[in-house]
Design a protein around this ligand. Structure first.
Ligand code: AHM
Ligand code: MG
Length: 337
């Protein structure tokens, strides 16, 4: 029988406050920041769920900094997250996929810098497939000069103080880490609260799913081609052939990888010589989550979170997932380099 204590619902807000209380010197600012993101996530989730019945669905006609067409929901999510972060005066700047430069917020003295992918997988909006939001939080180095500068944001992923994602799927879930394991919350729309559904998540060491856009096969490196062939060969000991799953929303593909194990790959190719995915607001935060759950993430040579960024929107190849799967693909890459 489940005891009353175990069956009591814990909301995101409560959980964040409880976690903060474990650190007597904590100012509560990071907790506030996480709660602000939680609030924006609820508002975005509401709009995502009714996207098909409002005129918010579809292109707004403009292009973002990468020349990709922007959908209305992308802009809505961007605005909601930025204004939620601006409210509490603890974030000095935001870098978002939807904005070319840094967005300086009201609090110039705010000690946090937040990276956002407000709506990841936006090509899936029109077809009712899962999409997500990603966030990554850094602290600004204390300096005499109070001016907020873009270079303050160029920190390696190992310096993230928190990161997470929201997945708008069959239900809306929010996963985050502050470096003490991964916690997952599920939105109960009837009460408008994120409820704790799992904590201290550990992903499988090895998984039998590979996830990659195979349409680019012809322009992959030899090592990657050989690895994908290996995934498709029969071997009962390693559970091969693996299943192929590719949603096309990184958040959704990574969430599945976190829960079921396996590997997600977005390599460099002729079309994307540096890889497609963004280091600062896609790869670093999702690597932080996966590492906290016992997995691994690399660009093929270097741990993703140790890459020193040179630009806020830079791209990187990524191989991320269960430890054993990532180690195996790295062996293939090395052998055929
Ligand atoms: P977005 O943030 O503009 O939506 O783009 C990133 C998305 C990822 O979510 C996904 O993994 C990838 O692009 C899919 O790209 P492709 O269609 O080239 O496979
Ligand atoms: Mg994205």
């Amino acid at each position: 029988m489940v005891s009353t204590k175990e069956s009591r619902l814990v909301t995101l807000e409560e959980y964040i406050i409880q976690s903060q209380n474990r650190f007597p010197g904590a100012t509560g600012e990071l907790s506030q920041l996480l709660r602000d993101i939680g609030l924006a996530a609820k508002i975005i989730s509401r709009e995502v769920n009714k996207a098909g019945i409002t005129n918010i669905l579809g292109y707004d006609g403009s292009t973002n900094v990468h020349g990709e067409s922007v959908k209305k929901l992308d802009l809505f999510a961007d605005q909601q997250l930025i204004s939620a972060l601006d409210r509490s005066l603890i974030t000095c700047m935001v870098i978002s996929e939807e904005n070319d430069g840094v967005v300086k917020l009201g609090s110039k003295g705010g000690k946090y810098i937040v990276y956002l992918d407000p709506l990841d997988g936006s090509s899936n909006i029109d077809v009712n497939v899962s999409i997500g939001s990603i966030f990554s939080v850094y602290m600004r180095e204390p300096r005499f000069d109070p001016a907020v500068r873009e270079e303050d944001a160029l920190q390696a992923g190992v310096r993230q103080v928190a990161a997470g994602y929201v997945l708008y799927g069959s239900s809306t879930i929010l996963a985050y880490t502050t470096g003490l394991g991964v916690s997952i919350f599920t939105l109960d729309p009837s009460i408008g609260e994120f409820i704790l559904s799992d904590r201290g998540i550990k992903m499988p060491e090895h998984g039998a799913i590979y996830s990659i856009n195979e349409g680019s096969y012809n322009s992959w490196d030899e090592g990657l081609k050989k690895y994908i062939k290996y995934c498709q060969e029969e071997d009962s000991e390693t559970n091969r052939p693996y299943s192929a799953r590719y949603i096309g929303s990184m958040v959704a593909d990574i969430h599945r990888t976190l829960i079921k194990g396996g590997i997600f790959i977005y390599p460099h190719s002729k079309r994307y010589p540096k890889g497609k995915l963004r280091l600062m607001y896609e790869c670093n935060p999702l690597s932080f989550i996966i590492e906290q759950a016992g997995g691994m993430a690399t660009d093929g040579q270097t741990r993703i979170m140790e890459l020193q960024p040179k630009a806020i929107h830079e791209q990187t190849p990524i191989y991320i997932g269960s430890k054993k799967n990532v180690q195996t693909v790295m062996e293939f890459l090395e052998e055929h380099a």
